[in-house]
Design a protein around this ligand. Sequence first.
Ligand SMILES: C[S@@+](CC[C@H](N)C(=O)[O-])C[C@H]1O[C@@H](n2cnc3c(N)ncnc32)[C@H](O)[C@@H]1O
Length: 226
Amino acid sequence: MSNPIKIITTEDGSHSLYHEGLKETYHSFHGAFRESIHVFMLYGLDSWLMQNPNKKPIRVFEVGFGTGLNAWLSLVWAEQNRVPMLYHTIEPFPLEEEIYSQLNYGEMDESIAHYRPYLQQLHRAAWDSGTVMSEYFNMKKEQTTLEEVQLYPMDVVFYDAFAPKKQPELWEKQLFEKIYHMMRPGAVLTTYCATGQLRRDLADIGFQVEKQPGPPGKKEMTRAWK
Ligand SMILES: C[S@@+](CC[C@H](N)C(=O)[O-])C[C@H]1O[C@@H](n2cnc3c(N)ncnc32)[C@H](O)[C@@H]1O
């Protein structure tokens, strides 16, 4: 049987994946690398650090490890900012080596090219246990779902599930309630998704919700503070 996941190239030259079963890509077609930098680094980690310059370590929770792009950029961010990070990520469907070994994220920005080997190391790290990946970056990668996972207190949440149209069960209000309870006061959740329903649900739960400009090719995204 052929692999239902295919590598594609997005508009900024970086790879993403196309899931044939869901007919859905893992990132914006307008640029996977640019999207991750914008939604998760800039509007997630940078914003949190600006509000909390002295609170360390930073605890990040990611929904959907996938290609490892967000995890890898977070490792680079932690090293460059010298901020210790505890990164908790979950993924029910890990990629095969045949796929992850071809991803070109390490070639997207020469200034961070020396972090290239870490991308594969993140994929190879053991599932369901903690791993010290580098001086400032510790990761716990679990092969599980958001519905099942036991959460830890967190400062920054990368909500990077497939779109609500494709995987509506991952956008149910009770999952955001589950996350909200484990977010520390002042913590931030960031996502590429900009639906009115999501914003209303987050506001009902108690988040302070912000519409923010989206990454290239997308008008808006959502950021929400506890
Ligand atoms: C939009 S992709 C993004 C992945 C990743 N952040 C990246 O940059 O490649 C969504 C990811 O969520 C994963 N996923 C699917 N069902 C899930 C569930 N119930 N709980 C957590 N993650 C899930 C998918 O397998 C996929 O890897």
